[in-house]
Design a binder for this molecule. Structure first.
Ligand code: ZN
Ligand code: ZN
Length: 288
């Protein structure tokens, strides 16, 4: 009986020791993993709020930054270049200084398509050749049922993935929109993940959506951070929103002034006399 009591005592000591050791190990694990998680979050935020590159390359003709406003540039279904409205509108001269027929691509001089059907055919050809912009554009048409394409979010999503794989940042935003409950099963985490990829790559619409999501969740400080970056990329709606937030008292005067200043810097980069001329002549060439 004694032996068994002493055995029990020993067992009890062992149990206590093991328990203490387990608690210590658990604490160490929690501390290490806690730090890892904090580091992971910091690395994520650093990546997310880093100044992104412009979503598009500069205009290949005038070498100026392309405007953020979609009417400020045109995709050319002949050569796949994205050309600013100013260069699209500008007259083209031959080597003798004579103005040539302007109905040609200002980059590759291919005659412009005369019908919508021809343009769609050319874009399809570029899609088949693996042009990421064409793939994303056609994905967008499928998502909205535009340009003779039936509305088909499944097909759109497939094309967005393909364009994104080929390096088209905007396509990530399309994937985000799909997972926000358009055509495929809603998955908010997935949607945010793709909006973030697009925003990191310089897509200001995705950045704006992220800002709105944060604002709706009451995280106004983070929302402002997103809107501020979107403004630096020329997203005018984000600027209007910052003004509203300032008027409502959730942003400071310094925030609003900084946003205005950023937008001025952006305008300084995209403004040109030729683009002004194009915008004055045609409303659909408005570039800011
Ligand atoms: Zn240009
Ligand atoms: Zn061309």
């Amino acid at each position: 009986m004694d032996i068994s009591i002493s055995n029990l005592t020993i067992s009890y000591d062992v149990v206590v020791s093991i328990t203490v050791a387990s608690i210590v190990l658990l604490l160490i694990w929690l501390i290490l993993n806690g730090n890892n998680m904090i580091n992971k979050n910091n690395a994520h935020d650093e990546k997310l709020f880093k100044e992104p590159p412009p979503a598009e390359e500069d205009c290949p003709i005038c070498f100026l930054r392309l405007p953020n406003e979609s009417s400020g540039y045109r995709y050319q279904s002949c050569c796949g270049k994205v050309i600013c409205s100013g260069c699209c509108y500008a007259p083209v001269y031959d080597d003798k200084g004579n103005e040539v027929d302007n109905q040609k691509c200002p980059f590759c001089r291919t005659p412009r398509p005369t019908t919508d059907e021809e343009m769609i055919k050319r874009e399809k050809k570029r899609m088949e050749a693996g042009d990421a912009i064409a793939i994303n554009n056609i994905g967008f048409n499928f998502s909205q049922g535009l340009d003779g394409y039936p509305q088909d979010w499944g097909k759109a999503l497939e094309l967005f993935y393909r364009a994104a794989e080929l390096g088209n940042t905007k396509a990530y935003c399309g994937i985000g929109v799909a997972y926000s409950g358009n055509g495929v099963k809603k998955d908010e985490n997935k949607a945010t993940y793709y909006y973030e990829l697009a925003a990191i790559g310089g897509d200001s619409s995705a950045r704006y959506i992220l800002g709105c999501l944060e604002a709706n969740a009451g995280n106004m400080e983070i929302a402002l951070k997103h809107f501020m970056i979107a403004v630096r990329s020329g997203h005018s709606t984000s600027l209007e929103l910052i003004q509203k937030i300032y008027t409502n008292g959730a942003a400071t005067k310094e925030d609003y002034t900084a946003a205005l200043r950023s937008y001025q810097v952006y305008l300084g980069e995209i403004k040109s006399a030729q683009r002004d001329k194009a915008a004055a002549a045609r409303e659909d060439y408005r570039y800011y």
